[in-house]
Design a protein around this ligand. Sequence first.
Ligand code: NAD
Length: 484
Amino acid sequence: MKEIRNFINGEFVETARHFTKRSPMDYSPIARVHEAGKAEIDRAVEAAHAALRGPWGNLSLSERSGMLSALVDAITLRFDDFLEAECADTGKPRSLAAHLDIPRGAANFKVFADLIRSVPAEFFESATPDGRGALNYSIRRPVGVIGVVCPWNLPLLLMTWKVGPALACGNTVVVKPSEETPQTATLLGEVMNQVGIPAGVYNVVHGFGPDSAGAFLTEHPKVNAITFTGETRTGTAIMKAAAQGARPVSLELGGKNPAIVFADCDLDAAIEGCLRSSFSNSGQVCLATERIYVERPLFEKFVQRLKEGAEALKIGCPDDEGVELGPLVSREHQEKVLSYYRKAAGMGATVVTGGGVPPMPERLAQGCWVQPTIWTGLDDDSIIAREEIFGPCVLVQPFDAEDEVIRRANDTEYGLACSIWTQNLSRAHRVAAQIEAGLVWVNSWFLRELRAPFGGSKQSGIGREGGVHSLEFYTELRNICIKL
Ligand code: NAD
């Protein structure tokens, strides 16, 4: 079993309390994780402040940006170690982690290391009564020590999506990875040391949420701002913690994302896209589609094709040849998803495919597997249409008119993402602009431009990250006024 330690002030730190990380594939113990208590959080926050005052805070912008670029190369050199750790923690197919999680995890440093070199500043000339005038300009300064609280679904990618811009802007961080996925954040500590990023700039503390490392970090009065990705309920608790001391928050929260499939779509592309958006990473993607609305003339054919696609998905372990679907991350999450499978059946849903646990060979029988599942026959008020399930499952419903489907797609407390499938360009623009979500894709899904804003409307989040939008959160603007 691996030992996973906290990473504080450039050193790996053991604690007296531990918890066990289990494999999603067979539920065997794979790591003993050292849980940080209040004392370790204090040390991490102090180290982050010291780095801010000292070596990190004194670097020039180009030195800082150069170090982050070197970090990208160093992550790439240890690509296989990151890949192995991410797949072991999550159970996701190696092919997925190799083309998404690890390269994007590294790219998140590169994009912000480059961006920070070319951010423009404002400048105003002001009139004054004596006629001489004044010059105003703005400079950006780091916010300070950022608390970064992360989920388990895309562990390295979502963590560096925050740590990349935070460090590029000159802040220091204390990261609390999910208790389900402690490995890659810890491994990144080794790489930080290899590259020579000063001690205290990047710290990792392990543990759970309430009464543990997550709460201790977000309640810590010397944490200057908190960025969080996870469930809406947790985001609400974190916002309350941040209210103490009026500290800023950036929240990337849950979703109940629709896809809208018009009868004039390219059907092959829509099927391929909806299979990906509903089932990739076993549906454990915040942007995943959990509701598909299909224009009635296409409905039967679409459902049949989606069923064939779902049934063809190969389920297995990360290294299995051609595997497309892994287990869910944990027993707890498997039980949550299966409880929705039972509720759907109990409410009289038509189970088009799936609905249970797939038969797995003996050695994997204890793993957290669920079948990819498609339902029809439930209405918009059912909990299956309203609550985020976060598994490989989707409800497909017919619609008749454009106005109707826009209203139904928007009839949710969430507002993260939507995909629209149509070949009618005017309709694509018209409908996209009326969808109440932070991200709308037309004829695609999860096609990310890292300079574009990312975030959720309604209960899917607060704030936008990505490109210059990340600077809104990770820097403070100072106005300097010079009287001439
Ligand atoms: P979660 O909210 O259960 O946990 C996220 C993190 O918060 C974990 O590290 C956890 O230990 C910590 N935490 C829990 N309670 C806390 C508390 N009271 N104080 C401080 N920290 C606390 O989320 P999860 O199950 O890990 O992730 C799945 C959820 O994340 C889904 O709802 C999904 O939609 C959402 N998500 C959103 C985005 C996005 O960009 N909007 C991206 C990925 C995941």
